[in-house]
Design a protein around this ligand. Structure first.
Ligand code: GTR
Length: 363
């Protein structure tokens, strides 16, 4: 048995050779084209293609994740003035935990819709609860530390040694564990849930939303490379696949094999519009800034436009949303206002208040 496995490993050509045999796709890959050349003809074909897309992005970009642990439980619950602090314990043998905070609105119309965000940061809580939403944030770095230039496997990777997930995938898995817990909280309605994060956690938010269909609205903010921005066509001065996967930078966020495409982006069998396609027919909204050059605003626009045919095909053309404001790399109150406006529109049937007319490249 072991011998067979060793022979199989030995028989595999090196990754660079296998990548060299992948077809060159200059333009954004066609989301409707199966790997074997078949095309998606009607909506009944979409689930199979969606599964294939998911396999591709996990295989080459983020790594494979374990299933939900099925044992998330709250402990050390402390009631504070404006929030409940707790730790969510999970994993094999309930071996690790993340600090989490729950802020509830004062309105008496529970169960409330909820905004889940990466990072233990109460700064945005009041703006969100004032609009009648619960706000839940968690310390994702307790699942896997955020390192640059080296990798320290965190408790989640250590507990699941058979999975090749990078940090972004661990963090995204954590967001689903938070949702598992919120399902048990009577004041919260997870059928109306939003997942968001900024920058590196914007990338994790996009992935969490792609993976977990319970998130009704997915809002990557300033997520750029490995997030909402296309890899193909990245211009000078922006973060590229080659830069993000450098040993000295953020290789540990992603699957190790992604680096093999550093000089060969055109052989990647997907691009980041596939991440949006995975979210359809749910709502995806990227909130970005025109001055956030490093995060590649034109590339985000490109992936947004390339995903639109999937939303049109599934008859939800208005659920693929892209917002740009003036300014730089941050998740500002005005970004959160756009998120909340979209949530009011989707969950509460209110007219969409935010304006969506500014794009980095005139259409
Ligand atoms: C940068 C990185 C970006 C982005 C950012 C952040 O250094 O190149 O991909 O994630 O960090 O998270 O603030």
């Amino acid at each position: 048995m072991l011998m067979t496995a060793l022979l199989l490993i030995a028989a595999q050509p090196p990754l660079s050779d296998r990548i060299a045999s992948l077809p060159v796709i200059e333009e954004m890959p066609n989301p409707f084209l199966f790997q074997d050349g078949r095309t998606v003809n009607d909506s009944a074909d979409w689930p199979e293609r969606r599964t294939e897309i998911l396999d591709l992005v996990l295989r080459y970009e983020y790594g494979k994740l374990p299933p939900a642990p099925g044992n998330v439980r709250a402990e050390d619950i402390v009631e504070n003035d404006d929030h409940i602090a707790l730790r969510l314990r999970m994993g094999p043998g309930n071996g690790f935990a993340v600090r989490t905070r729950v802020y509830l609105p004062e309105t008496d119309d529970a169960p409330h819709p909820v905004v889940v965000r990466f990072g233990l940061d109460g700064n945005r809580a009041k703006q969100i609860t004032d609009r009648g939403y619960a706000y839940v944030c968690f310390e994702h770095r307790e699942l896997d530390p955020d390192t640059q230039g080296y990798d320290v496997p965190g408790p989640a990777q250590a507990a699941y040694p058979d999975y090749d997930w990078g940090a972004l995938a661990v963090w995204a898995w954590g967001a689903s564990c938070v949702l598992d817990y919120l399902e048990t909280v009577p004041e919260i309605d997870i059928a109306r849930s939003v997942i968001t994060g900024h920058s590196r956690t914007g990338k994790a938010a996009l992935l969490a939303g792609a993976l977990d269909e319970r998130f009704a609205i997915v809002v990557p903010n300033g997520s750029g490379c490995g997030g909402a921005a296309a890899f193909r066509g990245a211009e000078d001065g922006v973060e590229t696949l080659k830069l993000i996967t450098m040993e000295a930078r953020f290789k540990s966020w992603l699957h190790a094999d992604l680096a093999a495409f550093a000089n060969d982006v055109q052989r990647l069998p997907f691009d980041q519009h596939f991440m949006r396609a995975l979210i359809a027919p749910r709502v995806v909204l990227n909130t970005d800034a025109l001055g956030d050059t490093w995060a590649n605003p034109p590339g985000t626009q490109k992936a947004w436009l390339a995903a639109q045919p999937v939303f049109d095909f599934l008859d939800v053309g208005d659920r693929n949303l892209c917002h740009f404001r003036e300014g730089g790399h941050d998740q500002l109150p005005e970004d959160m206002d756009v998120l909340l406006d979209v949530a009011d529109w989707h969950f509460r049937d209110q007219p969409l208040m935010s304006k969506f007319s500014t794009v980095p490249v005139p259409i």
